[in-house]
Design a protein. Structure first.
Length: 202
């Protein structure tokens, strides 16, 4: 029995499904993703939870045998946002603090733990960085859309590709919410890469 090439098998499969069946599942997934993002907007004011780089705050890492939960309890007076473990190294994220409170926190951690590293992002800088990140994603998406329209020179397939890229970004952002991944410079770069990957199959 002769085996058909994979592209022919896929073409036959999609022809059997029909256009409506092929559209229903991706559309349903997109609507679910938009719903998740909408819930996050209602609860946090943003489609995705912002990391400290975009809202400002203090991030401190150090060596400790304690669990993130124990550290959250120990430094509860400073209202920590998050605590994570990377082997023996722990990373704690705090909201923006005044200079006196920051110095007190630094002294307290330095007295108890070793190999302490501290980084601080001001809220003003965080908001400016947030604006630049959003601007970068929008410019990249607009550039992708223009390139698609120039390539196809036809309305329907061009809109289909642009909507597909839009769907990819919405679904990725929704998955970030579900997985508890905050928006950071790294995740913005990933979203920009996703826009670029949307053009590969043109």
């Amino acid at each position: 029995m002769q085996r058909l090439p994979i592209d022919e098998l896929l073409r036959n499969h999609f022809e059997r499904l029909g256009t409506k069946q092929m559209v229903v599942i991706p559309l349903a997934v997109l609507l679910i993703a938009i719903g998740i993002l909408g819930v996050n907007v209602a609860t946090t004011g943003s489609p995705v939870t912002m990391g400290h780089e975009f809202v400002g705050g203090t991030v401190i890492s150090f060596l400790s045998d304690q669990t993130p939960e124990e550290l959250m309890m120990e430094f509860s007076e400073y209202k920590p946002v998050d605590a994570r473990a990377f082997g023996e190294r722990k990373l704690m994220e705090f909201p923006p603090l005044d200079k006196e409170t920051t110095n007190k926190l630094r002294a307290e951690i330095s007295a108890k733990y070793t190999d302490v590293s501290i980084s601080y992002t001001s809220p003003v800088y965080g908001r400016a960085l947030q604006y630049q990140a959003v601007k970068g994603v929008l410019v990249a998406f607009a550039g992708m859309a223009i390139l698609v329209f120039l390539f196809f020179r036809t309305f329907v397939p061009s809109v289909a590709v642009v909507l597909s890229a839009f769907s990819d970004i919405m679904i990725a952002a929704a998955l970030m919410d579900v997985a508890g991944i905050k928006l950071s410079l790294a995740t913005v770069a990933a979203l920009l890469m996703l826009i670029g990957l949307s053009l590969i199959h043109i």
